[in-house]
Design a protein around this ligand. Sequence first.
Ligand code: SAM
Ligand code: SF4
Length: 344
Amino acid sequence: MSTAILPQASLLDAHGRVARDLRVSLTDRCNLRCSYCMPAEGLAWLPAPQVLTDAEVIRLITVAVAWLGVRKVRFTGGEPLLRPGLAGIIGAAKVLRTDQGTPPELSLTTNGVGLDRRIDELADAGLDRVNISLDSLDRERYASLARRDRLSDVLRSLAAVEAAGLRPIKVNTVVMRGVNEADVVALAEFCLARGYRLRFIEQMPLGPRHGWDRSRMVPAGEILAMLEARFRLTPAAQRGSAPAQEWLVSAADGHPAGRIGVIASVTAPFCAACDRTRLTADGQVRNCLFSHTETDLRTALRAGALDDDLAELWLGTHRDKAAGHGIGTAGFQQPARTMSSIGG
Ligand code: SAM
Ligand code: SF4
């Protein structure tokens, strides 16, 4: 149900930031159990009736793109490939037009398991880009970190995305002390050789309770030092609202030139340039990963709200967006939801 009453608005907050990038979590479930993200036994999954239907997801994406100035949509989770209607949702999002008159840029953040079998269908539906999470190239370390022996599946999917021609392929790696530091240089060499853009991510306090300790986190500076010992790096141009600080890697013995990024969410937060808004699988809008409040669009939508009403609720959430996540400050508290339930 839509109206044409509302003029195009922007998700502007009190600190002057405008959200253009929507993260949509399509499920809180996952087929892996990465130790920085979930406990081995999994989590208490959302009851099915609370999860938005495909039509409801499409309706809310439409509100964001058609009325609220969103230009990019990233599908995530949990594991978004577990959502049977993913291709249909992508197809419906691709026919929308942004405030600039263009289709929204559509991307997927995935662990890659099974993507090789789906990539052609997803690309045909309108998917533009893929980020694949890969924390180790060593089968045993991967299996121990993800608690599932699926490294070969992920490598197959990377090759399939490459063959499907989706570019650039980004690879996300969370570095954990004493777990996969040995993979930093190996992953960089692997990605440079194939033209993938690797981004190392500082571990954030968004996984299992009490599973994060700042003093044990591998900070961006340490990751960079490991890279500098092997590669010649020069800082790439200003990152804008992109979370990764990027480095250009010069071609040298055995590897071509390329780019590597480090996402220092904890030690050098990019909150001042944040342009994200988030929709959870159960229809809650969040203005920040670390927010303690959410706005319930699902109940409003199921009660018959018009697009205007939904857009107003969404705008209100963003007016209150905090200046920063506050990790490291005295009052910081981890949000009740984990990364997998919010949508990373
Ligand atoms: N399952 C998909 C995947 O793994 O790519 C999408 C969801 S996952 C929550 C999205 C991203 O969040 C992944 O790149 C994952 O590595 C990252 N992530 C999860 N927990 C994290 C944490 N505690 N700190 C930093 N990044 C985390
Ligand atoms: Fe699943 Fe992604 Fe979390 Fe790993 S990081 S457990 S793949 S949701």
